[in-house]
Design a protein around this ligand. Sequence first.
Ligand SMILES: NC(=O)c1ccc[n+]([C@@H]2O[C@H](COP(=O)([O-])OP(=O)(O)OC[C@H]3O[C@@H](n4cnc5c(N)ncnc54)[C@H](O)[C@@H]3O)[C@@H](O)[C@H]2O)c1
Ligand SMILES: [Zn+2]
Length: 376
Amino acid sequence: MKLKRISIRSSSGTYEVVCGAGALQDAAKEIRALGSSSSVQVVSSPRVWRALGKEMKRARLMSREANVHMFDDRETAKNLESVKKIARSLSRAGADRKSLIVAVGGGVVGDVVGFVAASYLRGVALVQVPTTLVAQVDSAMGGKTGVNLPEGKNLVGAFYPPKLVIADSQLLRTLPNREFRAGLAEVIKYGVIADADLFSYLEKNFDAILRRDAKALDLVISRSAQIKAHVVSRDERESSLREILNFGHTFGHALEKVTRYRHFQHGEAVAWGMVAASLLGHEAGLTRADDVSRVVTLVRRMGVLPAWPRVPEKRLVDAMFADKKTLHGKLRFVLSRRIGEGRSYESVPLHLVERVLHFTPRLMQAVENHLGKLRG
Ligand SMILES: NC(=O)c1ccc[n+]([C@@H]2O[C@H](COP(=O)([O-])OP(=O)(O)OC[C@H]3O[C@@H](n4cnc5c(N)ncnc54)[C@H](O)[C@@H]3O)[C@@H](O)[C@H]2O)c1
Ligand SMILES: [Zn+2]
């Protein structure tokens, strides 16, 4: 299959995302084309390496085994301790300013290793090899890196764009089902906010995508990556346009927060959030009922989501106000006037938000009951 090359502009130069099944086979060549480096240092996690280490060795990214560094990529290990551990391991391996760091893994690996690359010797070149759907369509592009503090998620970080991203959809074959499905939420998001054709394609081909059919997967990954690339090229620092990427996320983050990040995968919370944001758009007189219904239907096809938490609506509202994305104490929501278009709105009346928080789980329950009846 033909590989796609997508360019992203950033404050520190333009870089390319090479995407498609088999992209990894060209990785060594692509890396050499970046210019000479004193050594290539691969950083990954034991879990990712167990699934994909063989492929990585075959791709000959690094010349010596000694230059592979491992750290635990659980979300709870996305912290400064891991940064220190990796930096020390790099130092022991003799990595210098001309070394190149290759991050192989999902969003956790990309965020942590990206931050290491930004700060080790005040910055060394970075290549991202994303291995989850979330990482391939979202986190490996755009230059946001960072780690969590006990006080909150992603509180320490840096903008540090990579020199290259290799997004090989074949690497997703070993991804656990729940991770894969959750990643589809971000793909649906791109359809809603920016690409009506992508959304229709998803509606027509969702079963093939769930089977991880190579052709369908390549299409949705490259379309999603193009949208992300377009948005972050125009607004690297999230001053305006980049905000549309937060569709479903104001609600989603609140759901994650009140359940202490244990109940939902991020994408599952975003899926709930997109249903809520569509209903909110409807309440605000922007989104047509028909579009709400299309979003609900597609989200439902991701599979049954973990239950909406049984907490008072007020707790979710408080969590939204505590989100670091709140500006001047005002809630901001990305809403969609029609599938394929999204924009950020502030000053959405709070009583509408509360109403939507009340109705979203009830609506999905009604859909479930209906589907249950159809199945007999
Ligand atoms: N920087 C950004 O712009 C950005 C955007 C979105 C999310 N994020 C961050 O990304 C993180 C979530 O990333 P994620 O959803 O990719 O999950 P993840 O990195 O937590 O990976 C999920 C699990 O899958 C395993 N895994 C990864 N690739 C695999 C493969 N090919 N085969 C088998 N197992 C594999 C991992 O070891 C891990 O256990 C969060 O920390 C989030 O904050 C960052
Ligand atoms: Zn997200």
